[in-house]
Design a protein around this ligand. Structure first.
Ligand SMILES: *Cc1c(COP(=O)(O)O)cnc(C)c1O
Length: 370
């Protein structure tokens, strides 16, 4: 049996006619940037997340960057992020001129360890970026309490968490502003790049919109040195087709995760922490840990099962971040995760037989030499 790590096919086959219709609608209008589709999607996504505003931008990376710019975070400032996240979280901070300060995650949720945030706060700290990694909400109450105590802004990096809920509330509405990515592989993905900022803060919404439109508040009037970062009409139209299906797609992923969590019983495999009802995970990825990770990966691949390492090199050990001067060994939990983590197939449309095949193969894995 061949099971890819991820597949768009089952999802796109179901909505193909609607996607074609959306494409035709935009082509017929011949209006491609800053039109009605983007406006409507922004309204619909803000309504879904229960925020007052959504601003479409070009990518998830830009969404984080533009929020930081709107908060006037820059040179001389520090921003706390988890040491275990996709590099975009750190890059967005670096683009503003601020320094990303890395805080270790919990080993079994992979999310920021809230008990280790305070020790990294200095007089220069301006914000905390909470990443809902893999689709599991971070502990937002704890983060918001710390932020309030020190007068810090809170940003959610919700790029992997569309539709995840924390204590019953959707992510995207749990901080000053949240960044979403609509990269095709995300749980809500366009057919190209896309991003969005959700917030209920009018000033942030307006500033993000202006900053993403050459710093312009109205045409040819420029109040900031902005950039060009907008969600185009075609992608917005596709996202409008997909949004009403998101809850169903996430439910299906949860069912697969539930089977993985109960049926993977191999003692060599460490499963992620289960969730309580306060943390509604959407399983953007399902990642296990194994001390023989590379052998496990080779074995699964040889058996036709696709895998990905999220992520094999932590930020502080990347060449791009040599300048942070954080030595190997300094962030042992992020390092341990990078050495042992492996994401297994997880996508809408994976059938029971395929899930069983993955489970059986993982359960029959033992350290083998060739
Ligand atoms: C995908 C992702 C981003 C960046 O989104 P792009 O749309 O690819 O720019 C940022 N943070 C996290 C956690 C992500 O997974």
């Amino acid at each position: 049996m061949k099971i890819p790590f991820a597949s768009f096919e089952p999802m796109h086959n179901e909505i193909r006619a609607e996607l074609d219709e959306a494409y035709n609608r935009v082509m017929d209008k011949s209006y491609f940037i800053q039109g009605e589709e983007c406006n409507k999607f922004e309204e619909e996504f803000a309504a879904y997340c229960n925020t007052k505003y959504c601003v479409g931008v070009a990518t998830g990376l830009d969404a984080i960057y533009l929020i930081l710019r709107a908060m006037e975070i820059g040179v001389g400032d520090e921003v706390i992020i988890p040491s275990n996240t996709f590099i975009a979280t750190a890059l967005a901070v670096s683009y503003t001129g601020a320094i990303p300060v890395l805080v270790e995650p919990e080993i079994d949720t992979y999310n920021i360890d809230v008990t280790r945030i305070e020790e990294k706060i200095t007089a220069n700290t301006k914000a905390v970026i909470a990443v809902h990694l893999q689709g599991r909400p971070a502990d937002m109450d704890a983060i918001n309490i710390i932020a309030k105590k020190y007068g810090l802004k809170v940003i959610e990096d919700a790029a992997q968490a569309h539709g995840a809920r924390y204590k019953g509330k959707l992510v995207g509405a749990l901080s000053d502003a949240a960044a979403f990515s609509f990269y095709p592989g995300k749980n809500l993905g366009a057919l190209g790049d896309g991003g969005g900022v959700t917030t209920s803060n009018k000033e942030i919404a307006e500033k993000v919109r202006a900053l993403g439109n050459y710093g312009s508040d109205y045409k040819y009037h420029h109040i900031y040195k902005g950039t060009n970062s907008r969600l185009d009409e075609m992608q917005a139209a596709f996202l409008r087709v997909k949004l009403p299906h998101l809850e169903k797609w996430n439910d299906e992923r949860r069912k697969i995760a539930k089977r993985y969590l109960t049926e993977i019983t191999n003692p060599l495999i460490k499963l992620p922490a289960t969730t309580t009802e306060d943390y509604e995970h959407i399983y953007h990825v399902f990642a296990v840990r194994c001390s023989m990770r590379d052998e496990l990966e080779r074995y699964l691949n040889e058996n036709g099962i696709g895998t990905v390492k999220h992520y094999p090199i932590p930020i502080h050990m990347q060449k791009a971040y040599e300048s942070l001067e954080i030595l190997e060994g300094t962030l042992p939990i992020a390092e341990e995760i990078s050495r042992t983590i492996l994401s297994i197939p997880m996508y809408y449309g994976m059938n029971d037989e395929e899930v069983s095949y993955v489970i059986n193969k993982i359960n029959s894995f033992y350290y083998y030499r060739r």
